[in-house]
Every structure is written in structure tokens, then in C-alpha cells.
Design a protein around this ligand. Structure first.
Ligand code: HEM
Length: 517
């Protein structure tokens, strides 16, 4: 006995069902009965009754107008009543963990037949497990939360905690000791920055820009000062509850008064015995709407001091509407005479600038990792679209101007990835203070380069997709999202121009006195 979808028809049989009240079509060898669906079709019913569509093989026109995922949705998949005898489906549904076969859709280290100086088989095994996790657990949540603007559910956070993804997003270090990472694929002492970068890049492949931040980016940037500069009491309190996904942290540095110019901050902490009394405001605080702790930069008598402030009396957060989804929890935070134990000070009193500046490196590096993965996805989308889209009777790829745009996009993402890998290798070889000294400049330059190329790629991709890149649903939805949000990479963790300047200033500082032409 054959089931419904394997029932076989000939094209001649399908051709008889070509009118209102009796409408079949073929897409990629599969026969769909659209008789009842026609009136519900979001693109209207009349397009389906066209001579070139009704009762015909509509594969080409279908893929000019819809993403493959439409056919995979249960409500549409069940319209299939059989297949064409002698034909096999060509466009396979991707399986969780699959590597894309589209050229440049994966970095070379994941592309069959290519080699890498940096990645081992352990990284590949790890990457596969992380991709399966993100595609099966995070992607569905990402789609839901991007639309609703609601924070990521506790259920997903719990699953991330279970495999220690939250802990791993903070990089290698003693905080990983004794933990089973991704089911034991990598030992804590072998976990390196390439492993970490895999997590950031896989996350960016399945998520919108806002979800990348909503998935506890605040913790990734707010917790390291506690790990690196906090007392052992603070460490022992925060590490278990945050890595278990039960408490959230935000980094509260920027203010309406000062963004990249950290020196201009106005939030003040005044000493009162064993307490600081903190008053001021913070703006653009990622995850601030739901954070339990705020790693906060304050002006103190002797300079700038960083401290951990727990949500409690005097702490208020309210959501700021931004160009991306409120799933990121972007907040305006007010501290009104908040009493903070002096033991919550991170680093030396008055030594906050060093705490913040050294913390920036990892954050900026992480932003480049996610930005590069997002750009690569845009390249993949453009290559697919330009191949399947027929204009003036030919695929878009037959237009030299489109090929030139693809050339620029591919070159940019490859340049970014290669520079990123080289910096990541240096991070693996350096301790924290060496990184602070030697990599602040290069990471600043790398980040400004990556965010700039990202916006150029967003522009190019928008031209390739045309009007489809302007709608939040349908063929160009990822391009629309990327175009709308790629600017975040250029601002968050240090504005592009400031970082370019930082990189050059660091280089000038290190110019040898004897250097002459
Ligand atoms: C199994 C068959 C089909 C299903 C399940 C289906 C489903 C959909 C869905 C869900 C949309 C909304 C946009 C999106 O989410 O991508 C859509 C839009 C559309 N569909 Fe279909 N469709 C089918 C076949 C066709 C065919 C054969 C044509 C041929 C002309 C067609 C023409 C359109 C058009 C013109 C739009 C509007 C596109 C836009 O706004 O850019 N559809 N369809």
C-alpha cells in the first residue's frame, strides 16, 4: 500500500486539474492539491489559476516567489497528495547540523577539500554539535522572540546551561573547570578561543541580530569583570547562578552623556562606610530589562570605579525602543541612591578604566565573530537568490553587475574571516594582560573593518534582492533584518570611527623612536 505522498501521478494526469474548484500543481516532483487552499493563498488565488501555473510544473515560478521553508511548514506540506512518476525531488530539506554546499557559505575550514592552520578535528566535531543544538533548540525560539520581542524563554536558557554554552561564551579559563562541555566533546583545559568563536558564529547563523544580543550577551560582557577582578565571594556567588541560567548580568557603562568616551560618564558612587551610594543613569544597556546584576562604571572621588550592583531598591529599568527587536532587552537604567557593598567593587577603587578597557577586547572580538557569520549568511542568501531568480529570461547571475556585487561580498567576508582567525590564534597564545597590551589595537581595527564591510554587504545584498529586501517576511527577510541591524555592530562595544582611531593611536604609541624613512 502506498501512503499519500508517495502516490504516483503523470504530468498528463496533473494537467487535467487546472481550474478553480480543481487545482493541482507540481513543485520539485511533488504534486500539491491547491483546490481548497487557493482562496487562502497569501499571494492570492488568481496567480494560481494562470495558464503557466494551474495543472503544471510550477517549480521555477514557485522558487522565484517563496523560500523553501514554506513547503516544509506542516500546514503547507500536507497539501501534497503524491509525486510525479519517475521524478525525484531535487531540493532537499536541510537536516540539523548540515554544512551548506553553497560556495563561501561556510568558512574554508568547514569546506570539504580545504585545509586550515588553526582548526582541528575536535573543533569540527564541536562545531557540528553546536550547530545541531542551535538549529534545533535556538532557531525556533529565535524566530518566535524576534517577532514577539519577548525575552528568550527560561526553557531554552536551561538547555543552554545544561551543555554549558553560557559558561563557554565567556571563553577559556578557570570558570570552565569541572564542567562537561557540549556533552564532553571538548575538555575544559582544551577549550580555546576557536571553540568559543564557533559558538558565537553558529549563534549568529540561526538568529537575528537582536536575538544574538538577547541570548545573554549582557552576561558575556558583564560577567568577565567579576571573574577577573571580583572577590572570591562574588565569584563563588555569581558563577553558579549565572552559568546555570538562573540569574542574568548586564554591563552598564554607556550613558546618554557618554558612549565611547568612557571618561565623560556622570553616574557617581559616594562612599558611606562599607557602602557605595550610587546615583545616575545608564543608556543602551543590553539585557538591562531583565538583568539581575549590573556591572556598572561609576565616577568616584579618586577616578573611575567599576562595581557590581544587584537589582533592588533604587534600581529601575525601562525598555528603550531600538531598530532591532526588544528581545535584546535594551534598557535605560536609573540608579537612585542605591546602596552597594564596597566588597562589590571590581578591581581597584579608581582603577575602573583598566577594568573596562581590558574587558572591551573580548566583547569586540565577539562582535566581529557574530558579524562575520551573519555576513556569510547574507553571501549565501545572495548566491542562492541570484541563481534561482529569473529576470529578463535569465538568472540574475547572468548580469555582470550582480556578479561584481557578489565578488565584493565574498572578498569582504573572506578577508574578515582570515584576519579574525589570525587574531584568535594570537588570543590563544597570550594571557589576559598580554592580550590587553598587544591586541587592543588590532581588535579595534578588526572590529571597525568588519562592521564597515558588514554595512557595505548589507547595501549590496539589498540591491541584489530589490524590493524583497524591504519586507520583514518572504524571500528577502534575512536581508531586511541584516540591513536594518548591521549598524548595531558599528556602534555597540565601541563606535567604528573611535575604534579605527584607537587602533592607529595604539600603533603610534608603539612606534620605535629611531624609525625614520
Ligand atoms: C504549494 C504551493 C504554494 C504554497 C504553499 C504557497 C504559499 C505561499 C505563502 C505562505 C506565501 C506568503 C509569502 C511567504 O511566506 O513566502 C505566498 C506568497 C505568494 N505566492 Fe504562493 N504558495 C504556493 C504556490 C504558489 C504558486 C505556484 C505561485 C505562482 C504564481 C504562487 C505565487 C505567490 C505570490 C505571487 C506570492 C506573493 C509573493 C510576495 O509577496 O513576494 N504561489 N505563497
Amino acid at each position: 500500500m502506498t501512503d499519500k505522498v508517495s502516490k504516483e501521478f503523470t504530468l498528463e494526469e496533473v494537467a487535467k486539474h487546472n481550474k478553480e474548484g480543481d487545482l493541482w500543481i507540481v513543485v520539485d516532483s511533488k504534486v500539491y492539491d491547491l483546490t481548497r487552499f487557493a482562496n487562502l493563498h497569501p499571494g492570492g488565488s488568481n496567480v494560481l489559476y494562470a495558464d503557466s501555473v494551474a495543472g503544471k510544473d510550477a517549480t521555477q515560478v514557485f522558487f522565484g516567489l517563496h523560500r523553501h521553508e514554506v513547503l516544509l511548514k506542516p500546514q503547507y506540506a500536507r497539501l501534497q497528495i503524491g509525486k510525479i512518476a519517475g521524478q525525484e525531488e531535487q531540493i532537499k530539506a536541510p537536516q540539523a547540523g548540515d554544512l551548506s554546499k553553497v560556495p563561501y557559505a561556510e568558512p574554508t575550514w568547514l569546506t570539504s577539500g580545504y585545509h586550515s592552520a588553526y582548526y582541528s578535528d575536535n573543533h569540527r566535531k564541536f562545531q557540528h554539535a553546536v550547530r545541531v543544538f542551535f538549529e534545533t533548540v535556538v532557531r525556533p525560539e529565535s524566530v518566535k522572540c524576534e517577532d514577539s520581542g519577548k525575552r528568550i524563554s527560561q526553557e531554552v536558557v536551561d538547555k543552554m546551561a545544561e551543555v554549558n554554552i553560557i559558561a563557554m561564551r565567556l571563553g577559556p579559563g578557570k570558570h570552565l573547570e569541572g564542567r562537561t562541555l557540549m556533552g564532553g566533546i571538548v575538555k575544559p583545559e582544551e577549550f580555546d578561543y576557536f571553540h568559543e568563536s564557533i559558538i558565537h558564529q553558529e549563534l549568529a547563523r540561526v538568529s537575528s541580530r537582536a536575538v544574538v544580543d538577547g541570548l545573554l550577551a549582557g552576561l558575556v560582557i558583564g560577567l568577565p569583570p567579576v571573574l577577573n577582578y571580583g572577590s572570591s565571594e562574588l565569584y563563588n556567588k555569581l558563577v553558579p547562578e549565572t552559568f546555570a541560567g538562573k540569574k542574568y548580568v548586564a554591563l552598564a557603562i554607556s550613558e546618554a552623556f557618554a558612549g565611547s568616551d568612557v571618561g565623560g560618564l556622570q553616574t557617581t558612587a559616594v562612599r558611606d562606610g562599607d557602602y557605595w551610594v550610587v546615583t545616575g543613569t545608564k543608556k543602551w544597556i543590553t539585557n538591562g530589562t531583565f538583568a539581575d546584576y549590573f556591572t556598572t562604571g561609576c565616577r568616584t572621588e579618586t577616578g573611575f570605579t567599576v562595581m557590581l550592583i544587584e537589582r533592588g531598591p533604587g534600581v529601575e529599568t525601562k525598555q528603550i525602543k531600538t531598530a532591532y527587536s526588544s528581545v535584546a532587552g535594551t534598557a535605560y537604567v536609573t540608579f537612585d541612591k542605591v546602596r552597594v557593598p564596597v566588597s562589590n567593587t571590581l578591581g581597584k577603587i579608581g582603577g575602573g578604566m583598566g577594568v573596562i578597557l581590558s574587558n572591551f577586547n573580548h566583547e569586540r572580538w565577539m562582535v566581529t565573530a557574530t558579524s562575520i557569520a551573519a555576513q556569510r549568511l547574507v553571501v549565501e542568501e545572495c548566491l542562492k537568490w541570484a541563481t534561482q531568480r529569473i529576470v529578463f529570461g535569465k538568472p540574475l547571475t547572468s548580469q555582470a553587475v550582480i556578479r561584481a556585487k557578489l565578488a565584493s561580498m565574498i572578498s569582504r567576508v573572506e578577508a574578515c574571516q582570515n584576519w579574525f582567525e589570525s587574531v584568535t590564534y594570537q588570543m590563544n597564545k597570550m594571557n589576559y594582560s598580554e592580550q590587553s597590551d598587544k591586541l587592543a589595537g588590532p581588535i579595534g581595527l578588526l572590529k571597525q573593518f568588519v562592521s564597515r564591510t558588514g554595512r557595505e554587504t548589507a547595501e549590496d545584498a539589498t540591491q541584489v534582492f530589490g524590493g524583497r529586501a524591504l519586507t520583514t517576511t518572504g524571500m528577502g527577510k534575512l536581508i531586511e533584518n541584516y540591513h536594518r541591524t548591521s549598524g548595531f555592530d558599528a556602534i555597540l562595544a565601541g563606535a567604528e570611527d573611535v575604534l579605527a582611531d584607537l587602533g592607529v593611536r595604539q600603533a603610534i604609541k608603539k612606534m620605535p623612536r629611531e624609525a625614520r624613512l
